[in-house]
Design a binder for this molecule. Structure first.
Ligand code: GDP
Ligand code: MG
Length: 160
């Protein structure tokens, strides 16, 4: 639908963030939500879901030829995921920085992956890596009607 294709730039940029099954099991949902809230980003959608294998295969389609693909899909379907959409200026790039590197051992302290975990298969969080993947992932995981448009009372103190 058109809302997924237009207007998502500047302060309206959006990204898909997910707490993976290992992150949910390790009780990191509050911690991860807290970091995005505290940073100044706006929560647009949030739900707890058991993702189907079909959805996960599509989500990670670009990795289908990698040796870890099947296992990744299995890991991601092993428990509930907290799927979210966050909005704000440069939220895609900043979200990736907040996450750290793909492997927790390459991730700096103070990043989400750097502070929570040691293994690449148990790296707690997913975040879109480009405008295109954000569009694709948000429309894959959410219906238009699940995205809330609302005014944050502190907007004028986050943006000048
Ligand atoms: P991300 O964008 O940082 O999450 O990394 P990718 O998109 O490259 O990979 C998706 C997910 O696949 C990662 O978050 C890891 O959980 C997993 N993954 C990536 N590389 C490897 C690997 O070399 N081995 C295994 N087992 N899993 C990997
Ligand atoms: Mg990725």
């Amino acid at each position: 639908a058109h809302i997924f294709k237009s207007g998502w730039t500047g302060v309206n940029e959006r990204t898909f963030i997910a707490v993976k099954p290992d992150g949910v099991q390790r009780r990191l949902v509050g911690e991860i939500v807290r970091r995005f809230e505290k940073k100044g980003f706006k929560l647009v959608a949030l739900k707890l879901v058991m993702a189907s294998e079909e959805l996960l295969k599509e989500h990670y389609w670009h990795l289908r030829n990698r040796p870890f693909y099947n296992r990744l899909v299995r890991d991601m379907s092993s428990g509930p995921i907290v799927a979210m959409v966050w909005q704000g200026l440069d939220v895609i790039k900043t979200g990736r920085k907040m996450m750290g590197e793909t492997s927790p051992s390459d991730s700096m302290p103070a990043t989400i992956r750097g502070d929570n975990g040691v293994e690449v298969r148990r790296n707690a969080i997913h975040g879109s890596d480009s405008v295109e993947s954000a569009h694709r992932e948000i429309s894959l995981w959410f219906q238009e009607t699940e995205l809330s448009s609302w005014d944050v009372c502190s907007t004028n103190w986050i943006y000048s």
